[in-house]
Design a protein around this ligand. Structure first.
Ligand code: HEC
Length: 156
């Protein structure tokens, strides 16, 4: 069943993801892929996507927390609780201890590719059985949500 779900959704993901690496992933083994992105490289704790480095604020920027909270209410709360309780997706309590800031932002901004290629994201998909839809956040919005997550985890 999961496989069918993925097959239905892959074409959408490829449209936005682009680049040879995706073809290589889809046809792994069937295509000579020497010059393409390595698909079986060891997992990167920063995940896969444009976010390579995040500078954290100390203390937290309360303005960003407020903006992040509003985005959470609008776009994330339906599937993510702020406790450790899973609803559709995992609860966010402790997420900033489990994941790097870069991984969290790449998962938010580049979820289709993450679910295709990042082993940690794939493990979540196995548990949750639902693919997180891309919420189309800007980098700035995603950074604000991260600030809100840090606040939710009691960081200061
Ligand atoms: C329709 C439900 C849904 C919505 C809405 C949603 N997510 Fe998710 N999210 C999921 C699911 C399900 C997973 C687990 C991975 C999977 O199965 O795709 C997940 C996983 C995640 C993870 C990784 C969680 C962990 O424990 O490592 C992050 C980060 C995340 N989502 C961020 C967001 C953000 C930010 C928003 C709002 C902008 C959002 N999600 C909105 C369903 C959703």
């Amino acid at each position: 069943m999961k496989k069918r779900l993925i097959l239905c959704l892959i074409p959408l993901g490829l449209l936005t993801a682009c680049g040879g690496g995706d073809d290589a992933a889809e046809n792994a083994g069937a295509m000579p892929a020497e010059s393409m992105v390595e698909d079986d490289a060891p997992a990167d704790p920063k995940g896969i996507g444009e976010i390579k480095h995040v500078d954290l604020n100390s203390p937290l920027n309360e303005d960003m927390v407020t903006k992040g909270s509003a985005i959470y209410d609008m776009k994330c709360a339906a599937c993510h609780k702020l406790t450790d309780m899973r609803v559709v997706g995992p609860g966010w309590k402790g997420i900033t201890d489990r994941r790097t800031p870069e991984w969290i932002m790449n998962m938010t901004l580049n979820v289709d590719v993450m679910l295709e290629k990042d082993p940690e994201a794939q493990a979540l998909l196995k548990e949750c059985l639902v693919r997180m839809p891309n919420q189309n956040l800007s980098q700035e919005d995603s950074r604000n949500v991260l600030e809100f997550m840090l606040k939710n985890d009691g960081k200061s």
